[in-house]
Design a protein around this ligand. Structure first.
Ligand SMILES: *Cc1c(COP(=O)(O)O)cnc(C)c1O
Length: 360
């Protein structure tokens, strides 16, 4: 009579819905819904994955030694303070599972990444969403929301989907205002796109204390979302917890080999960042010329604000007629907005052309 019953937090979840990839009746799809990078994967990574495929009967190195060494030398970090994961999503979920439990609270900002809410709900924690100012996380309001029940503060910098960033001074103020037993998670999925002197991806704050962890991904500027590879850098105590919590072979052989090769691909990040800066500025200019409001973005996407859900739906329909898929923002309570990934120059042009044709 009684079926197996999952934990209460799991039953409260609405599963994460990724960016759409198909449109009925359209041959050439332009997928600008998941911020996957404009150039596909690094060729060296593709070749390394193909080579590794012939060895896929072997279990991978459970400690990702070669990859952690490569990350350490590339970013001047101690490999002992790095843990790799099947996407940074895995690491986010593991951290929330390890540090938050029913009755605890975790804090995110109003338009923070939805995976934080999903992870917190799954473990039965209370997820507190702190209102933003001007589509940017509000440090004072976050600090005011901290209670004795707070276990974690999760913040993406730059943030998805708004594109906003907090300068290092604000991140420092946030860190300084937190009790030392609250874990500050800095999700730096888009940090490679930022080119500002007042920005740090999170390494400085990790080094400054025992309660900060930075997560990174190969899914965005490295163009390897399908491979599922992420990593994090943290203090020894948190790294120890993650190494207990993770599966023994959580990163596949192909992902490890492809990751090492991607880091060795010359100029990949620099070219990606420069392309993004140029094309993002062109895309923003084209949309503003069509009287569309665009929130300032430091990522490889822009949040276009059409003022009403109806106007956003009309814009989405105009894009879909031309085979262009962008991200609707209802899940973020921003139904009047669309998030558009910065693609190739041609793709940016096609977005602007399609939006010029939208119903008034
Ligand atoms: C894309 C994204 C991630 C990365 O997810 P992976 O699991 O590494 O593919 C993490 N955080 C944010 C804010 C993102 O937009």
């Amino acid at each position: 009579m009684t079926a197996p019953r999952a934990n209460a937090g799991i039953m409260k979840l609405t599963p994460y819905v990724g960016g759409e990839a198909k449109l009925a009746g359209v041959n050439r799809i332009i997928k600008l819904s998941s911020n996957e990078g404009a150039f596909g994967p690094p060729p060296g990574a593709t070749a390394a994955a193909a080579r590794a495929a012939t060895e896929m009967h072997r279990y991978p190195d459970g400690d990702c030694n070669a990859l952690r060494q490569a990350l350490g030398s590339r970013f001047s970090l101690d490999p002992k303070q790095i843990v790799c994961g099947a996407g940074s999503d895995e690491l986010l979920a593991l951290l929330i599972h390890a540090y938050a439990a029913p009755g605890d609270e975790i804090i995110m900002s109003e338009y923070g990444f939805v995976m934080y809410e999903i992870g917190g709900t799954a473990v039965g924690a209370k997820v507190i969403k702190v209102p933003e100012r001007n589509m940017t996380a509000d440090v004072d309001a976050i600090l005011a929301a901290v209670s004795p029940k707070t276990r974690m503060v999760l913040i993406a910098n730059p943030n998805n989907p708004t594109g906003s960033i907090l300068p290092q001074s604000e991140m420092e103020r946030l860190h300084q205002g937190l009790p030392p037993d609250v874990l500050l998670l800095i999700d730096a999925a888009y940090c490679e796109y930022v080119d500002r002197p007042d920005f740090d991806p999170g390494t400085k704050l990790v080094d400054a204390g025992d309660n900060v962890i930075m997560t990174r991904t190969f899914s965005k500027i490295f163009g390897m979302g399908g491979m599922r590879l992420g990593w994090c850098y943290g203090p020894p105590g948190v790294i120890d917890v993650l190494n207990r919590a993770r599966g023994p072979f959580n990163v596949s052989l192909l992902a490890q080999e492809a990751g090492v090769a991607a880091l060795a691909e010359e100029h990949w990040v620099e070219v990606g960042r420069a392309h993004n800066a140029t094309q993002r500025a062109r895309l923003v200019g084209a949309l503003e010329a069509l009287s569309i409001k665009v929130w300032p973005s430091e990522g490889n996407f822009v949040l276009a604000d059409f003022a009403t859900p109806e106007l956003a739906a009309a814009a989405d329909a105009a894009l879909r007629r031309r085979g262009i898929i962008v991200r609707a923002m209802r899940a973020y309570n921003l139904p009047h907005c669309l998030r558009i990934t910065v693609g190739t120059a041609e793709e940016c042009d096609l977005v602007a052309e399609a939006l010029a044709d939208r119903a008034p």
